[in-house]
Write a protein that binds this ligand. Structure first.
Ligand code: SME
Length: 164
């Protein structure tokens, strides 16, 4: 059985304890669905976020030739496809940078999957110099994400975890 040990403490202390455990949990596993599923579950369990999951870049017949398609996640049901440049996820894909949205109602083009979602962070998964997926986290609290989340999540996703 795999069990996470999550300390009482601030965000920084929780990430510091959690990220090595996620890396250990995914080590040697070459199935990206399994890894995305456990990353989503671990982040949800540690922080109690409203929604945590991946959108994966997939080829299709859209103008850009590909879309983000819903991947492994934890939380309520969500929209399945997001176009290039659309919403917070599509903006992250296009800008190739993490996006922090303190108040989703203030973000032009935000795609509301749930009215309870108040703030959001989206971090790109970059492999071979290309965005292959994004990690999307929604909170039911306003202004729940900052540079601490961005730094640790970028470190997690750029570590040697199989995500494609
Ligand atoms: N809010 C996202 C859509 C995905 S859901 O939040 C799960 C966006 O604007 O891209």
């Amino acid at each position: 059985m795999e069990t996470l040990i999550i300390p009482n403490g601030n965000k920084e202390q929780i990430y510091k304890a959690l990220i090595p455990q996620i890396i250990a949990l995914t080590e040697g596993e070459d199935d990206y669905v399994a890894n995305m599923a456990n990353i989503s579950a671990a982040l949800k369990e540690a922080f109690g976020f409203w929604w945590v999951g991946f959108y994966i870049v997939r080829n299709d017949s859209s103008q850009h030739g590909s879309s983000l398609v819903l991947g492994p996640f934890q939380g309520p049901v969500a929209c399945t496809r997001i176009a290039y440049g659309r919403g917070v996820c599509g903006t992250c894909w296009k800008s190739e940078k993490s996006v922090i949205v303190p108040d989703v109602d203030e973000f032009p083009g935000h795609i509301a999957c749930s009215s309870l979602s108040k703030s959001e962070i989206v971090v790109p998964v970059i492999r071979g110099g290309r965005i292959t997926a994004v990690l999307d986290i929604d909170s039911d609290k306003l202004n729940d994400f900052d540079d601490t989340d961005r730094r640790w999540l970028e470190e997690l996703l750029s570590s040697d975890i199989r995500l494609t």
